[in-house]
Design a protein around this ligand. Structure first.
Ligand code: 5GP
Ligand code: ZN
Length: 114
């Protein structure tokens, strides 16, 4: 999986604007932001899609959600509100096949999503 874009980003082979990290996850700003805050939280471990998660990944999935919450607080959008999104496979718009949690906020979010 050495060619995976986000694995290369975890290794530091590709530069990114990392704003939060711990042993399990890193969070960095999306290169094509769809809102004033648009951050991606990814596991350091390669997991292609949500469909590939197993019970062994419970901890890392929890860390992703907690990192999303921490990023929202850091960016000052926690109280106004923000959205956490996991796109699974092409039909949902997934383009990078290394699981990532989108943290979006800083503007009014519409419902239903497109
Ligand atoms: P998806 O469409 O798979 O849910 O989301 C992939 C996201 O990754 C997109 O929002 C895209 O802008 C972002 N992205 C793709 N390549 C890079 C990159 O090299 N650096 C950063 N920071 N974001 C990326
Ligand atoms: Zn990967």
């Amino acid at each position: 999986m050495s060619e995976c874009l986000f694995c290369r980003l975890v290794k530091g082979d590709i530069p990114s604007d990392i704003i939060y990290e711990n042993d399990d996850v890193i969070a960095f700003r999306d290169q094509n932001p769809q809102a004033p805050t648009h951050v991606l939280v990814i596991p350091r471990k390669h997991i292609s899609t949500v469909n590939d998660l197993t019970a062994e990944d419970k901890n890392v999935v929890g860390e992703m959600l907690l990192a999303g919450k921490a990023v929202a607080a850091q960016d000052g959008i926690a109280e106004d509100g923000y959205r956490l999104i996991l796109n699974c496979n092409e039909g949902a718009g997934q383009t990078v096949f290394h699981v990532h949690l989108h943290v979006l906020g800083g503007r009014v979010m519409n419902w239903p999503p497109g």
